[in-house]
Design a binder for this molecule. Structure first.
Ligand code: AMP
Length: 493
């Protein structure tokens, strides 16, 4: 088994990984990091959610740190190209998180926002620049940026780049880069057009890949129970009377919601613990230890907090709230699917969440069977109903699916003050990545569906291809996708 310590990464980076809660490298990391550490070019087939950001960010940070240079105005040492502004921000957040113990700086630039602040940041000098292609060209044309000092280039989500019409920008960018550089190229798919593009960027690359497309959704026995918000707590307590629910991970959308569920369980005499961004590290560790050793049967988590959870034998996942990002649903339910075993996922769905359910079913291409409310389920106390309703109101992140032409009852959207506000990086992609590692050479990935970015814009609001609209992401992402990392990951037994 590969460990992060096997790669020879600098101590401050390993320390940051521990702080992030990463225990083991994911398959794409295990494959990519050794080559990237050697300075080799890499051509990777990997989808979002496989941990590919760390696969390139960690060796890059290590190499910069090992060979320190004074920062030069307008001349970054590393350029990471990303098709969308959300992804660019997330990548920059990751560089900052993994490099938190290093003296390196990361800046992100994308279109749709004022350029002068970005010009200023570049003038001060940055080590790592994450950019969308359009804004990068603008900055070059305004002489606010030079690519002459680039030592390492990353081209992320190459297939999306082409879909979004960035080919000309990329062709121009490659001519401005020093020939003597390291290039790391990632794409979820590798049809001919992409491999031709890869050839223009790479020199004798090492090929790495993880298998695409999760079948998790098919392996997990799923059901949905339609229930009013105010009766969710009592429904949970009723379900937990079933002893076959041995070890259950309950997901709520908010930190506040997680605490509230635990308080309710406590009153009902069920041992539970909450794990979320407001909990201290010792509190999280205690909760996890209890969950692992069985003294605590119920762990209530937000998506972000669940990211670092690596517990075997989770018999059930209960979605107390349905996620508004359908990929999160797949990440969540994957927690229960162990090798050879079928997990169970039960989702509570109120009227407003019905639209999210539709999105989930569209993503997984599976209809979630409806389970009736247990007979004799007590009515909810009126007060609980009222406070829950208050919490139910705002949903944050991706705009409500109604905006994309779904029918729905309510129109929940806007920011939720209670939502777990982790770094953007982790939002909506909450789960633990993995993917079935398969060293690959020349094997086409086919036209598999791609996982969409957690916070992608609603379809109706996306800019036309290659035409970034002001204030919107520079690119858009494809619809309908499955998530790669869930499939038979060795980390998910
Ligand atoms: P990415 O594919 O880079 O978007 O990563 C998906 C998610 O996995 C992100 O939330 C990362 O923070 C997280 N992640 C990346 N590597 C690891 C790891 N080795 N262990 C646990 N989580 C990870």
């Amino acid at each position: 088994m590969t460990l992060f310590t096997d790669f020879g990464l600098a101590q401050p980076i390993l320390k940051a990984l521990t702080a992030e809660g990463y225990e083991k490298p994911t398959p794409i990391q295990a494959q990519t990091i050794p080559y990237a550490m050697e300075g080799r070019d890499v051509c990777g087939i990997a989808q979002t959610g496989t941990g590919k950001t760390a696969a390139f960010a960690l060796p890059i940070l290590h190499r910069l740190n090992a060979n320190p240079k004074p920062r030069r105005a307008k001349s970054p040492r590393v350029l990471v190209l990303s098709p969308t502004r959300e992804l660019a921000s997330q990548i920059a957040d990751s560089f900052r998180a993994y490099g938190r113990n290093l003296r390196l700086t990361t800046e992100v630039v994308f279109g749709g926002v004022t350029i002068s602040r970005q010009e200023k940041a570049l003038a001060n000098g940055v080590d790592v620049l994450v950019a969308t292609p359009g804004r990068l060209i603008d900055l070059i044309d305004r002489r606010a940026l030079s690519l002459r000092e680039i030592e390492i280039l990353v081209l992320d989500e190459a297939d999306q780049m082409l879909d979004l019409g960035f080919i000309h920008a990329l062709k121009r960018i490659v001519t401005l880069l020093p020939k003597d550089r390291q290039s790391l190229f990632f794409s979820a798919t590798m049809p001919k057009t992409i491999s031709t593009l890869a050839d223009s960027f790479l020199r004798n690359p090492a090929n790495v890949a993880v298998t695409p497309v999760a079948t998790t959704a098919e392996r997990v026995e799923q059901s949905v129970i339609f229930v009013q918000t105010g009766r969710k707590q009592v429904l949970l307590e009723t379900l937990l009377r079933d002893p076959s629910i041995e070890r259950v991970l309950v997901f709520t959308r908010t930190k506040h919601g997680a605490d509230k569920v635990v308080r309710g369980l406590d009153k009902a005499g069920t041992a539970g613990a909450a794990i979320h961004g407001n909990k201290s590290q010792p509190q999280r560790e205690r909760a996890l230890a209890g969950f692992r050793d069985g003294s605590c049967r119920v762990l209530v988590a937000t998506d972000i907090a669940a990211r670092g959870i690596d517990v075997e034998g989770v018999s059930h996942v209960i979605n107390y709230d349905l996620p508004n990002v359908p990929e999160s649903y797949v990440h969540r339910i994957g927690r229960t699917a162990r090798a050879g075993a079928t997990g169970h996922a039960i989702s509570f769905c109120n009227d407003e969440e019905k639209a999210y359910l539709k999105d989930i079913e569209k993503l997984t291409r599976l209809k979630v069977p409806v389970m009736p409310l247990p007979e004799g389920l007590p009515a909810a106390p009126a007060a609980g109903e009222a406070s829950d309703q208050r919490r139910e109101q705002p949903l944050r992140g991706r705009p409500a699916p109604h905006a994309r032409g779904h029918q729905g009852h309510g129109q929940p959207r806007s920011a939720d003050p209670n939502a777990d506000r982790g770094p953007k990086r982790r939002r909506g992609r909450g789960g633990k990545p993995g993917g079935n590692a398969q060293p690959q050479s020349g094997q086409p990935a086919g036209n598999q569906q791609r996982p969409a970015q957690g916070q992608r814009p609603a379809q109706g609001q996306r800019p036309a291809q290659g035409k970034p609209a002001s204030g919107r992401p520079e690119g858009r992402r494809g619809d309908g996708a499955q998530v790669a990392w869930l499939e038979k990951s060795p980390r998910r037994r």
